[in-house]
Write a protein that binds this ligand. Structure first.
Ligand code: HSE
Length: 441
């Protein structure tokens, strides 16, 4: 058997502790599968006293993860600290510079510095593995980097934030408020340290930026993503979507268009009978549409200690199995020098169907005016539903009008909604939700 593979783990929170535990409990299984033992020789964490349910006494302890990356006798540095700044960035850089393989679950770090780190890994002839950074336990990086080699991808989209999917599912199933569902997601350990990263879509955007690079062979461009979170979604939207045959999901979508690549994260209506609509709770799903394979959809646990640890363990095992000259190719699927500059398609050119919910005064001519503003902007309607809503203290009645458009452009919808805002009969802000259809219907 080859020499054992020596692992240093930086960060012993939920994921780090789960990883240490599975690496120890599956020691023999991993050794048989990889042809060598995998041994944790060093760890870095702030709190030495905390009971993590594993015996860490035989391991060298570092308070500073950068120190571990620079000095520990390790073959693989596992970064589970998080964040796009230091110490995570400095530590990963230090490990790569020393010629140590790196495994990370850190999507924010890769979204910001992924190309530079991939270049450094290539220069040093080491592996940079990051399966756990996108969609938790789903092997989407492996699928894109290895299985889909040679395919031309046209669209990749998915549910990549367990917290948001959990909240939307619970709101729909139980009728709980957004705030109640968020609190429960935090209690269950799904949410990021700052939950606004989840609910405002930043976490999904980081993951999407990485997938976009793998899908289209472009440099990672996390700042060029259209972003809308779910905090604005109400039970009323969920019910109206349901009535019209849709469910609301927070999707990250990257798509090749004639004018460039669209990267967008927003609440999205998906047809109720589509597979992605059935993905509930903390489960994630990623769909990839490509020319040779066709449509691929993978779903599985997207958050939580064990699911993430499983992906990290797989990455470590890949390193244990690799031999010099026998690796799985560059970190981002293409050599870093060959990645194309990212060319952003304008959001105003986005084409698709839209759901528009308006609360309007109940008086003659309002319905006709809405229809006219749609027609003036060449928007064709798939359906239009009007319901009595409530009577304001003034005695003035209000109606909810819900429109679903046929495929149109973002620019047309924005122009129509702006025109309606100026008509003077709207109560509150209009709600606009984009519709996404899987290729297969
Ligand atoms: N907060 C993330 C989620 C964890 O809810 O999916 C995994 O990135």
């Amino acid at each position: 058997m080859a020499e054992p593979l020596r692992i240093g783990i930086a960060g012993l929170g939920t994921v780090g502790s789960a990883l240490a535990s599975v690496l120890v409990s599956r020691h023999a299984l991993l050794a048989d599968a990889c042809g060598r033992e995998i041994v944790i020789t060093a760890v870095a964490a702030r709190d030495r006293e905390r009971n993590r349910g594993i015996d860490l006494r035989a391991m060298e302890w570092f308070d500073d993860p950068v120190e571990l990356a620079r000095n520990a006798q390790i073959d693989v540095f596992v970064e589970l600290i998080g964040g796009d700044g230091d110490p995570a960035h400095l530590a990963v850089e230090a490990a790569l510079k020393r010629g140590v393989h790196v495994v990370t679950a850190n999507k924010a770090l890769l979204a910001r510095h992924g190309v530079a780190l991939a270049r450094l890994a290539e220069e040093k002839g080491v592996l940079l593995n990051f399966e756990a950074a996108v969609a938790g336990g789903i092997p989407v990086i492996k699928a894109m980097r290895e299985s889909l080699t040679g395919n031309r991808v046209s669209r990749v989209y998915g549910i990549m934030n367990g917290t948001c999917n959990y909240i939307l599912t619970e709101m729909e199933r139980e009728g709980f408020t957004f705030a109640e569902c968020l609190k429960e997601a935090q209690r269950l350990g799904y949410a990021e340290a700052d939950p606004t990263f989840d609910i405002e879509g930043n976490d999904t955007a980081h993951k999407l930026a990485i997938l976009t690079s793998l899908a289209f062979g472009t440099e990672i461009s996390a700042d060029n993503i259209y972003l809308e979170g779910i905090s604005n979604i109400s039970i009323e939207d969920i019910r109206a979507a349901d009535d019209l045959g849709y469910r609301i999901k927070l999707l990250g979508v990257a798509q090749r268009t004639e004018s460039g690549i669209e990267q967008r994260v927003h609440p999205t209506m998906v047809p109720k009978d589509s597979v992605i609509a059935q993905v509930d709770g903390v489960t994630n799903a990623v769909a990839i549409e490509s020319d040779v394979l066709g449509e691929l959809l993978m779903s599985g646990p997207g958050a939580g200690g064990d699911a993430t640890a499983s992906a990290v363990m797989g990455d470590i095992a890949d390193i244990a199995k690799s031999r010099p000259g026998l690796q799985h190719g560059p970190a981002l699927g293409q050599p870093a020098a060959k990645l194309l500059p990212y060319q952003r398609a304008k959001m105003r050119s986005h084409e698709g169907g839209y759901f528009i919910r308006l609360t309007v005064e109940d008086r003659a001519g309002v319905f006709a005016s809405i229809a006219k503003n749609m027609a003036d902007n060449k928007i064709s309607l798939e359906s239009i539903v009007q319901r009595a809503k409530h009577h304001a203290p003034s005695g003035l009645g209000h109606q909810t009008v819900v429109l679903v458009t046929h495929a149109t452009t973002e620019a047309s919808v924005r122009a129509a909604v702006d025109a309606i805002k100026h008509e003077g009969y709207l109560e509150g802000a209009p709600q606009v939700i984009r519709i996404e259809r899987p290729k297969s219907g």
